[in-house]
Write a protein that binds this ligand. Structure first.
Ligand SMILES: *Cc1c(COP(=O)(O)O)cnc(C)c1O
Length: 389
């Protein structure tokens, strides 16, 4: 059976070999610890689960939801944006629900790209920034995140022909996988660039609530002019341990929201009303303490990981946000994949090669902080020992 040409454009899965190796080790009885996946290990906070339990017993939640989302949930998102970012969002025209950020990011490609168009994608980055454009027959063009600029792209290095062809630009701060936060003035420069070249910016805001050391991440939308040229995708997945619930929203430019809405009415039938009611509980101030306690937990884990990596001879900067530690591979290894394979072979610990997130990730690796404390401590001990040899 031959899949569509568009599906054939997606590059083959690079890490099948590593996955085979993990499976073989496990089958041989070796205790493999995975620090590869970014998926919170702690349960969804009880107040959110309770809101869901109550909502699900109400028969009116059992019917088709409205595609745009419940008015009360859109209002709750608007209230949250005022409370948290001091950003005014019109709940009727400037917000639309998504079945997770991944859905929104993929479908925005369908809504805004034609064959021949391109999307500028942060590199390294969330794989949908490049896979999405490919699947809709357009071209992803990667923008390297430059360590010396604080892991943001050098917009001046984008040539004119590319800028003319570009319809979308994907940004993400705090950033997966680098853990970097937005440098001062960067969003303003991106807005200027988008205005000049008529590009829609899509800011993937998966991590504004997951920050450390007193740092509070801004929303892209609080930069003056952002709503003229951009959208923000806000996801409840990571801050509220809700990855399985599929609850996110797209906020910002009203015209872009209108197009996304029209597309979505042809694709899906919205987000389960009970999930929306649970989402309202998550966004209420009552859940703030839950987020703070998760962030305290990740801070402790981050410090434990960074200390072990330093002992293993890795130069690492503790991130101020996200659930990842990003670090350069130590000297003596040819590639990210070679280092990660070495760590798997010698320590039975799975870490992610930076090259999995795009060409600019080569030479780096990522550790996720979403493994239970005792397992993470064990993994970290193995890593430290590896460095002592
Ligand atoms: C986890 C993650 C997502 C996916 O969010 P969902 O709402 O669960 O689909 C999107 N972008 C980034 C950068 C992520 O790390």
């Amino acid at each position: 059976m031959k899949p569509s040409d568009r599906l054939s454009r997606i590059p083959p899965y690079l890490f099948a070999e590593i996955e085979r190796k993990i499976a073989a080790k496990k089958a041989a009885g070796i205790d493999v610890i995975s620090l590869g996946i970014g998926d919170p290990d702690r349960p969804t906070p009880a107040l959110i689960v309770q809101a869901m339990q109550e909502a699900v017993t109400e028969p009116e939640t059992h019917r088709y939801p409205s595609n745009r989302g419940r008015a009360d949930f859109r209002q709750a998102l608007s209230d949250f944006y005022v409370r948290r970012f001091d950003v005014e969002i019109d709940p009727d025209s400037e917000v639309m629900l998504a079945i997770g950020a991944k859905e929104a990011i993929f479908n925005l490609n369908l809504a805004f790209l034609d064959p021949g168009d391109c999307a500028l994608a942060s590199d390294p980055g969330y794989p949908v920034y490049t896979g999405g454009p490919l699947l809709v027959g357009a071209d992803p063009v990667v923008m390297s995140l430059v360590p010396d600029l604080g892991f943001v792209p050098d917009l001046d290095s984008i040539d004119n022909a590319t800028a003319r062809r570009a319809k979308l630009m994907y940004l993400n701060c705090p950033n997966n996988p680098t853990g970097a936060i937005v440098p001062d003035g960067f969003f303003a420069r991106a807005i200027e660039f988008a205005r000049e070249h008529d590009i829609l910016i899509v800011h993937d805001n998966a991590y504004s609530e997951t920050t450390y050391d007193g740092y509070r991440a801004p929303s892209f939308l609080q930069t003056p002019g952002a709503k003229d040229v951009g959208l923000e995708v806000f996801s409840l997945s990571k801050p509220y341990n809700m990855t399985g619930w599929r609850c996110a929203a797209v906020l910002g430019n009203a015209e872009a929201i209108e197009h996304y809405w029209r597309l979505k009415t042809n694709i899906d039938s919205g987000l389960f009303d009970a999930v929306q009611l649970a989402g309202m509980a998550a966004l209420s101030p009552d859940a703030d303490a839950e987020v703070a306690s998760m962030n305290a937990l990740y801070t402790r884990r981050r410090d434990m990981v960074c200390e072990a990596l330093s002992k293993a001879g890795v130069r690492v900067t503790p991130p101020k946000g996200t659930i990842y530690v990003w670090a350069p591979i130590p000297p003596g290894f040819d590639s990210s994949a070679a280092y990660c394979e070495h760590v798997l072979d010698e320590a039975a610990v799975v870490i992610s090669p930076g090259s999995a997130y795009g060409p600019s990730g080569e030479g780096w690796f990522r550790i996720s902080l979403t493994t239970p404390d005792d397992r993470l401590a064990e993994a970290v001990q193995r890593l430290a020992k590896l460095g002592e040899r």
